[in-house]
Design a protein around this ligand. Structure first.
Ligand SMILES: Nc1nc2c(ncn2[C@@H]2O[C@H](COP(=O)(O)OP(=O)(O)OP(=O)(O)O)[C@@H](O)[C@H]2O)c(=O)[nH]1
Ligand SMILES: [Mg+2]
Length: 463
């Protein structure tokens, strides 16, 4: 266990003023700090109502609920004090001033509490990442995924693989040692090879998840594109239920890409409004069109919006085809006919045509002004997001860092297997070592100093 010399403190609850402000103190002087503020220390893990006083002036700062957690049974693994104060600015400021005056105490850096927890073996790196994701989760599906990570679903599996790899390495090395006794050598080598094959299959299976975890963490991207004036910005505003984008009868209003984050039945979707696609002399609009095309090509789904009544699901407009062919297989595209409130024909007729087409076809007719047809689009978007992000097996990989290390382990195992088959035990063992090292980095067991800063940087102070 690492014992830091410094004792750290921070406001761990949200912005003040608030009903309650939680100040946490962690480190070797935590207990002494509590004694200085309160005069006594409650039984560990028992809440106590106490008067918080400035240790210098003895002036009362606040009445608070205080808790003491004796290390190593605490979140950081060190002695931890929690003060549940009234969440007023002056209360927190006076408490901080009192703490700062005590020897050996200093304000915490962002993520420092969690970092101490990691260094003291309270949670592995994948769980730390899960904790960060949990704090930033916007939707139910993201929360569920973050909780899985925090609970160690990926970390435990990686650690299990790493231990099995170490066993296989030991077998391979035993094979080298027993090379005089051919039977023994052949037997242990075969066992090591079998273990490596199994591990490689398991890691490859985990990686073959269509990047669902990463997509869930980042949110699916849905781009609204189409000719100028089709009503793209009006549709975005309607779905966002606020005036995010400027709407005007002037063709070529939108230039920048505008993003709105949606929670569709628990699934995160980023909806993009883009510049209307057309040939133009205006250099600013040209840049807008370039950006629109680029973002649409990289999206998970494109909504092609047009008021052109001649366009129908059978005849995809050229622009869609261009969008697709530019990137081989482009994103799935749904065709939407806008402004149906302006149409002279009756809506009953529209409904009848929708019936004929059947519910599967992704062709929509709607009015962003009257709201007609929006519900069906939103329902289908939610279904799309659900099927893209969810499957029976929850995805365990949620970040590029994790995928990269698992791919390294997988690649090392793939190189190891043919070496093992050729009886080159030393090369076989070396590749297994590399695979184990990659898995060790995933959970933070080895060689992690360089990546720690990157991970903890994203945390807030007090976490
Ligand atoms: N009647 C009616 N008018 C609409 C509808 N949607 C948009 N409009 C009008 O059409 C005009 C253009 O709407 P925008 O939302 O700015 O169109 P856009 O596709 O974002 O246009 P650009 O940004 O220029 O590409 C505005 O005058 C809107 O009020 C609709 O469903 N019904
Ligand atoms: Mg617009």
């Amino acid at each position: 266990m690492t014992v830091s010399a410094d004792t750290i403190y921070a406001l761990s609850s949200g912005a003040v003023p608030a009903a309650i402000g939680v100040v946490r103190i962690s480190g070797p002087k935590a207990q002494a700090a509590l004694e200085a503020l309160v005069g006594r220390v409650p039984e560990a893990r028992r809440a106590m109502l106490a008067t918080i006083r400035d240790p210098g002036s003895r002036e009362t700062i606040d009445q608070a609920l205080v808790l003491f957690f004796a290390g190593p049974n605490s979140e950081t693994g060190e002695d931890v004090v929690e003060l549940q104060l009234h969440g007023g600015r002056a209360v927190i400021a006076a408490t901080f001033a009192a703490l700062a005056a005590l020897p050996g105490l200093r304000p915490a850096e962002p993520g420092e509490f969690t970092r101490r927890g990691f260094e003291n073996g309270k949670l592995d790196l994948t769980a730390v990442e899960g904790l960060a994701d949990l704090i930033y989760a916007d939707t139910e599906a993201q929360r569920r995924q973050a909780v899985r990570q925090l609970q160690g679903m990926l970390g435990d599996r990686a650690e299990n693989w790493r231990l099995r790899l170490i066993e296989a390495m030991a077998l391979a090395e035993a094979g080298i040692d027993f090379s005089d006794e051919a039977d023994v050598a052949a037997d242990v080598a075969a066992r090591a090879l079998h273990a490596a094959r199994l591990l490689q299959q398991e890691i490859a299976a985990l990686l073959a998840d269509g990047r669902r975890g990463e997509r869930l963490r980042d949110g699916l991207v849905v781009a609204i594109t189409g000719p100028p004036n089709a009503g793209k910005s009006t549709l975005l505003n309607r779905i966002a239920r606020r005036d995010v984008a400027i709407v005007s009868p002037h063709a070529g209003t939108t230039r920048d890409v505008i993003e709105v984050h949606l929670d569709l039945e628990g699934y995160p979707v980023t909806l993009l409004d883009t510049a209307g696609i057309r040939e133009t002399e205006d250099p600013v609009e040209q840049e807008g069109v370039t950006r629109a095309r680029a973002r649409a090509a990289a999206a998970d789904l494109v909504l092609w919006l047009t008021e052109d009544e001649a366009v129908n699901p059978g005849s995809a407009p050229d622009e869609i085809t261009n969008l697709d062919s530019a990137h081989g297989s482009g994103p799935e595209t749904w065709l939407i006919r806008s402004k149906i409130d302006l149409r002279t024909g009756s809506l009953a007729e529209t409904d009848a045509r929708a019936q004929l087409r059947g519910e599967d076809s992704h062709f929509y007719e709607l009015s962003a002004v009257s709201g007609e047809g929006i519900d069906r689009l939103l329902a289908d978007l939610a279904t799309f997001a659900k099927s893209a992000l969810e499957s029976r097996e929850p995805a365990l990989v949620s970040r590029e860092r994790q995928r990269h290390l698992l791919e390294q382990a997988n690649a090392a195992l793939k190189r190891a297997i043919p070496e093992g088959e050729r009886g080159r035990e030393d090369l076989f063992a070396e590749e297994l070592r590399l695979a184990a090292q990659a898995l060790g980095r995933l959970t933070g067991r080895v060689d992690v100093e360089d990546i720690l800063d990157v991970i903890f940087r994203d945390f807030c102070i007090g976490k």
